[in-house]
Design a protein around this ligand. Structure first.
Ligand SMILES: [Zn+2]
Length: 231
């Protein structure tokens, strides 16, 4: 049984990946890479509909996330089920992320940029920070978690970090061939797309991705801050 995934994507809420990175992930999957999604919360507070309970919303959003992942060929989605708007940069949360990094042993980890200024969802700031710390140094160091070693989860060095929603963009990924997949994946999040009140999602997303191409010789992009980790 192989657990290895080339790409581990860690998101605070269902739909964050589809807004930020699903085009780039779809392209990597088309190249033969294996991707796994980790959802920190199930987005149980993401509605203005007072008639729906947080539990009902979480169940809907997990189904939407599964459908979006399936559409682009993601191998597995792991739900950690922390409370929406309740992420804390705690030792327990960081250890959960380390455990998954050591289990899947990815070359690339993708998440949201914790340093995005100013108005920014707290869960995004906290998740980005916890993932960055989990990658380096906690997943790498043998003595960080003696109990994880006992569980057979050996240290692991991630090679590359890609942050979406960054103020400091240094990598633009050509998603032109995968735009329809990104759009389709975003449409799976019906409960959220309705909340946005966007009339024409295709046009809206196309113009956003065109802006993110930022003068590169391709039409549509997702933009990231990319960091390589020391070997
Ligand atoms: Zn979010």
């Amino acid at each position: 049984m192989t657990e290895h995934a080339d790409i581990l994507v860690v998101a605070p809420h269902p739909d964050d990946i589809e807004f930020g990175a699903a085009g780039a992930i779809a392209r990597l999957i088309q190249e033969g890479k294996q991707a796994v999604y980790i959802l920190c919360t199930s987005g149980d507070k993401g509605t203005s509909d007072r008639g729906i309970t947080p539990e009902q919303l979480a169940a809907i959003r997990e189904r939407e996330q599964q459908a979006a992942a399936q559409l682009i060929g993601v191998r597995e989605v792991v739900f950690l089920r922390y409370p929406d708007q309740g992420l804390e940069d705690s030792p327990a949360f960081r250890k959960d992320i380390v455990r998954l990094i050591r289990r899947f042993r990815p070359e690339t980890v993708m998440t949201c940029d914790p340093y995005h200024r100013y108005v920014y969802h707290r869960d995004h700031r906290i998740a980005g920070q916890a993932v960055l710390d989990a990658v380096f140094p906690f997943a790498r160091d043998y003595h960080a978690y003696p109990d994880l070693i006992q569980e057979g989860l050996e240290p692991h060095k991630v090679r590359e970090l890609l942050f979406w929603a960054s103020d400091d963009i240094n990598y633009r990924c050509d998603i032109t061939p995968a735009f329809d997949l990104k759009l389709g994946a975003l449409r799976c999040h019906d409960s959220q797309v309705r909340e946005l009140g966007i009339q024409d999602l295709d046009t809206w997303l196309r113009s956003r991705c065109s802006e993110m191409a930022g003068g590169e010789p391709f039409e549509l992009a997702e933009a990231f801050h990319r960091t390589l980790l020391p070997l």
